[in-house]
Design a protein around this ligand. Structure first.
Ligand code: ADP
Ligand code: MG
Length: 693
């Protein structure tokens, strides 16, 4: 197999455009893309024609505007290229208008009250900065999705807006440092994706996995991840075949799948791509998740992307490696080698530190979900408290700036901004703090709180916007300064000192940290219900409006959509819990008790001892009884929560319904440990976690 040839073979990329488009058209298209201008219709017609011809060669019969509504998954509606002719035949056609805008009936997508049903139309608009591609016989056109009145209904539009905001402010800073050639700054992202693979057969027999993506019941397997033998372990044949096909499918779509390995938990794996521009990385991560599921199916397996499919072993997350880069290829979070580079780096770093401190709430909201609530704060993922880790080298420099001292880094370099050279930071220093939710890793930050099912759009919208805001403030201050170096020194010193509290280098998993964080006044929003209302805090609405990312109405509607979504997910989980407990577990345990009773009766008639049977019968009866009562209590709490207004309801779901579900599970899991495997109505954790050979 020739990988370079395979790579991007189904993508209408730069090479294909150059080959298929007349030179002048290609040039004007490039220019429109670079300047973010709307596409001229004549130009669009030519591009559409070339795209269609190319797609037909690839076997496509349809095209689809591919968009990312607020459901968290992508949406597509396919239209054939066919067009009737007068002689009763068809020709294959595709117009510029069809390329540039679509009008899907949008009435069934979440809009948080923005789009009244009488005005159901929404429209999709081509995002020419993300390449079109062919998949399963259709030409996919990445698009943004808006309401007819122009309000955003998707995850792409605000992301593009936030990238623009960041670019605008970062360029102002670069100009202050005498950089005149950079035209645009883009945020870059490399999302590391964790997932589980289990056999299709056991999946089919688990109602909870099918309906909620996670197990709502299940006693821990005698073996979990304690031997640490799975992490980076040798990959099983079936999994390896899956990974190979997955890589190939991703490569064909121009996705830079790079690293694959086993993760900590049994049946858990990871895929990491090489980073790219944020909107492309977002599209690619959505595709990666979809294709993972499809390829797994072909191999008789199911790919679980849920944040916590199994209790008692690690869940899955997504590490969002984030940086900023100029169109000339300069990474702005790379410390660089000259004093000037270093000073510029320190300013960008300071902006990130200030942003993370001032907008902890937004970052926390951006990673809040029902699934992620099982991870954040639990002993495997970063805690629900946002803090930053800079690493020893950089920390000593920050300390020296804050305390006006000489740096004591290993290179013994003292730091005065714009005067001395920073030490080169080891990218993989061994002191990497794995417990930090937001860590500097040499030339980028790694935001580690994202859940594995997430679209990376939300967290990056927040990151881009909050950093843009700080850069805006910095640029305004420095542009006025008469002595730039002095003003820079003052600003960096002042801001790093003011935002010290957000930096934490210790063990983020410890209970002391929770207390310490509270002393520092850091937010600790323990669950989604508590986190979400912060999204529409006044300061956040102002921020989004100022940078043109969201209108106030869009912020409020998004908060509501997220709350509704959370409530629905917990309601489905609660109903599934009740359903499985009543229809499967309760009768199964009763069946076992009945057989135990008749066996005990038989044994007794021979005068044999039935002490064990008696004890087991009585224990199981009591537990089943207790579970029944827990189910009734859950039913009551669910009904009450569902009757409430959205925000109040989300609190009731978090604080009443979730604990009531856990209560039902507690009894069920205990009974599982006491019941004959033959009677247990579903595959257990051993069956599931070790189902793939
Ligand atoms: P690990 O975190 O496992 O040690 P790496 O540090 O090599 O692995 O990279 C993790 C991810 O970070 C990869 O997806 C990589 O492409 C991405 N990455 C590297 N540099 C940047 C950057 N400048 N911007 C965004 N992501 C980056
Ligand atoms: Mg990593």
């Amino acid at each position: 197999m020739n990988i370079p040839e395979l790579f991007g073979e189904n993508v209408f990329n730069e090479t294909v455009m150059q080959e298929k488009l007349p030179k002048d058209v290609y040039k004007s298209l490039k220019k429109t893309i670079e300047n973010g201008e709307p596409l001229d219709i004549d130009l669009a017609n030519v591009v559409a024609h070339a795209m269609k011809e190319w797609a037909l060669e690839k076997g496509a019969t349809h095209f689809t505007h591919w968009f990312q509504p607020m459901t968290g998954v992508t949406a597509e509606k396919h239209d054939g290229f066919i067009n009737p002719t007068s002689d009763g035949k068809v020709i294959m056609s595709f117009s510029g208008k069809e390329l540039v805008v679509g009008e899907p009936d949008a009435s069934s997508f979440p809009s948080g009250g923005i789009r009244a049903t009488f005005e159901a139309r929404g429209y999709t608009a081509w995002d020419p900065t993300s390449y079109a591609f062919v998949r399963d016989g259709s030409l996919y056109i990445p698009t943004a999705f808006c309401s007819y009145t122009g309000e955003v209904l998707d995850k792409k539009t605000p992301l593009l807006r936030s990238m623009d905001a960041l670019s605008k402010q970062a360029i102002r800073i670069l100009r202050l440092f005498g950089n005149t050639d950079a035209k645009r700054v883009a945020s870059t992202v490399g999302p590391e994706q964790e997932y589980f693979l289990i056999d299709q057969k056991v999946y089919e027999e688990r109602e909870d996995l099918k309906l909620t993506g996670r197990t709502l019941f299940g006693a821990m397997s005698p073996k979990g991840q304690e031997l640490e033998d799975h992490y980076f372990g040798s990959i099983k044949t079936r999994v390896s075949a899956f990974m190979k096909e997955l890589d190939e499918e991703l490569w064909k779509l121009g996705i830079l799948a790079k690293t694959k390995h086993n993760e900590v938990a049994p049946a858990q794996h990871e895929l990491a791509p090489i980073f790219s521009t944020t909107n492309v990385a977002t599209d690619h991560n959505q595709l990666t998740m979809e294709i993972m599921k499809k390829v797994a199916q072909k191999h008789g397996m199911v790919c679980l992307l849920h944040e916590k499919p199994f209790e008692g072993i690690n869940g899955s997350g997504k590490h969002n490696n984030w940086s900023m880069s100029t169109n000339t290829g300069l990474n702005l979070l790379d410390p660089g080698k000259t004093p000037a580079d270093n000073a510029q780096f320190m300013l960008f770093l300071t902006a990130v530190v200030k942003a993370v401190d001032e907008y902890q709430d937004l970052l926390r909201v951006s990673v809040a979900s029902a699934g992620n609530d099982h991870r954040l704060g639990a002993n495997e993922a970063p805690p629900a408290i946002i803090s930053m880790f800079l690493g020893d080298e950089l920390q000593s420099i920050v300390d020296s700036i804050v305390h006006h001292e000489k740096a004591t880094s290993s290179q013994k370099t003292k730091m005065r901004l714009g005067v001395d050279v920073l030490p080169v930071f080891p990218k993989d220093s061994t002191d990497r703090n794995r417990t930090s939710p937001f860590a500097f890793t040499g030339n980028k930050f790694e935001f580690r709180m994202l859940g594995s099912t997430f679209s990376i759009s939300g967290p990056n919208i927040v990151l881009n916007t909050i950093v843009a805001e700080e850069l805006d403030q910095f640029a305004s201050e420095l542009e006025k300064a008469s002595d730039f170096n002095l003003a820079l020194q003052t600003l960096v010193e002042r801001e790093l000192t003011a935002h010290q509290r957000i930096i934490f280098n210790g063990n983020g998993y410890s209970t002391e940290w929770e207390k310490e964080a509270e002393r520092r006044g850091l937010l600790n929003l323990k669950n989604t219900a508590d986190a979400l209302p912060h999204f529409s805090a006044e300061k956040n609405i102002k921020l989004f409006e100022k940078h043109g990312v969201f209108s106030a109405r869009e912020v409020v509607s998004r908060t509501e959509i997220m709350q509704e979504n959370y409530n629905k997910i917990i309601a489905i989980e609660a109903k599934t819990t009740i359903d499985m407990a009543m229809k499967q577990i309760y009768p199964a345990v009763n069946g076992y008790i009945a057989d135990l009773c008749s066996i005990a009766g038989g044994k007794a008639s021979f005068g044999a001892s039935v002490a064990a049977d008696k004890e087991l019968i009585s224990t199981l009866s009591d537990l089943n009884d207790a579970m029944y009562r827990a189910i009734k209590s859950l039913e009551g709490k669910l009904k009450a929560a569902e009757a409430m207004e959205t925000e109040e309801g989300s609190k009731a779901f978090a604080y009443d319904v979730v604990p009531a579900m856990n209560e039902v599970r507690k009894y069920a899991d205990e009974m599982e440990g006491l019941t004959s495997k033959e009677y247990w109505p579903m595959p257990d954790y051993v069956d599931i976690l070790f189902s793939v050979e």
